[in-house]
Design a protein around this ligand. Structure first.
Ligand code: HEM
Length: 289
């Protein structure tokens, strides 16, 4: 994978942010590891408890990240915002806030979760963890560099273009390319059940790599650098072939994932705002509790 300036900045941001979270956990570890009933005897209690100045700041940062992360939906769904840069950058932003936000909320809670706000907390845990699966499924659906979905015709056109490159750059015959196509979709069917597809998907990448590598090894004797390039192009094309075959099923799977992800997000936001409202109204948020 090529290291573009965008990738380098993203990597730096993730490293610094996760480093900060680890630092904050380590710094407060003595307090966080103390049983709840003994915490008020600790000096750190007044700062780190959820209503203390530091604990409260963690809550504000976490909740703010979880609100601004929805700019992704704004950019995706509301027409006047469509000009706000490629969707994939907004999804990266969504994911960054969706990971960092819950980690700050975890610090804010100081691992003390009970009452009504527990509903928000556990919904947050479910929605953020299920996001990992969503990201994986999202990547299975062929997209433009911008992040928008490719149509079936666009995928087929790209696949034809790759076949042309393989033919002209490496001299593979049509029969050899047909052979590679067979390897690409072997053992898969457009009628596969969603459960089976979900179980198989995580292993398909490595399975494809091994099978294609073996098939190409039998077909062509090339210097290692050229072989790697041919294998890369063949994999790209094979992935497109598979995605064409499974497109309808992948979209269905992603649709069900949305149906699961969104309600937990809604519950999380409702109880998060109720919790913030109660904390503000009772004065708990400003040092009372
Ligand atoms: C508390 C944290 C999170 C909340 C509240 C949340 C909420 C949401 C919501 C409401 C949507 C629907 C957006 C739309 O279609 O307009 C969404 C989509 C999505 N989220 Fe999250 N999310 C969270 C964390 C994450 C994380 C951690 C990841 C990845 C690791 C993630 C990955 C995704 C993906 C891939 C989509 C689908 C994008 C699409 O279909 O265009 N989310 N999320």
């Amino acid at each position: 994978m090529r290291m573009t300036p965008y990738r380098a900045c993203t990597l730096l941001l993730w490293t610094v942010s996760l480093g900060l979270i680890v630092f904050l956990w380590v710094r407060g570890s003595e307090y966080y590891l103390t049983p709840l009933v003994e915490r008020p005897r600790q000096e750190a209690y007044w700062a780190l408890k959820p209503g203390g100045p530091v604990g409260r700041a963690y809550g504000i940062v976490g909740a703010s990240l979880m609100v601004v992360m929805q700019l992704y939906s704004v950019r995706k769904r509301i027409r006047p915002f469509r000009g706000w840069g490629p969707l994939r950058y907004w999804l990266d932003f969504h994911i960054f806030c969706g990971v960092l936000g819950p980690l700050f909320i975890l610090l804010h809670s100081s691992l003390k979760v009970h009452g009504l706000v527990a509903l928000s907390f556990w919904s947050m845990v479910i929605v953020a963890s299920s996001g990992v699966l969503g990201r994986f499924l999202y990547l299975q659906i062929p997209r433009r560099r911008s992040g928008d979905e490719l149509s079936l015709q666009e995928v087929e056109a790209e696949s034809t273009m790759l076949a042309e490159r393989i033919r002209s750059e490496f001299g593979l015959t049509q029969a050899a390319i047909d052979q590679l196509d067979k390897v690409a979709v072997s053992g898969l069917s457009s009628q596969i059940s969603l459960g089976r597809l979900l179980l198989r998907l995580p292993f398909e990448g490595i399975r494809l790599r091994l099978r294609l590598g073996a098939q190409l090894g039998r077909m062509k004797n090339l210097p290692p650098k050229s072989f790697r390039k041919l294998a890369g192009l063949s994999r790209q094309r094979a992935q497109l072939q598979r995605r064409v075959l499974l497109m309808a099923k992948l979209q269905e799977l992603f649709y069900y994932w949305h149906v699961f992800h969104k309600p937990f997000a809604i519950v999380m936001y409702i109880f998060m705002f109720v919790h913030i409202g109660v904390a503000l109204m009772t004065g708990y948020a400003w040092g009372g509790g």
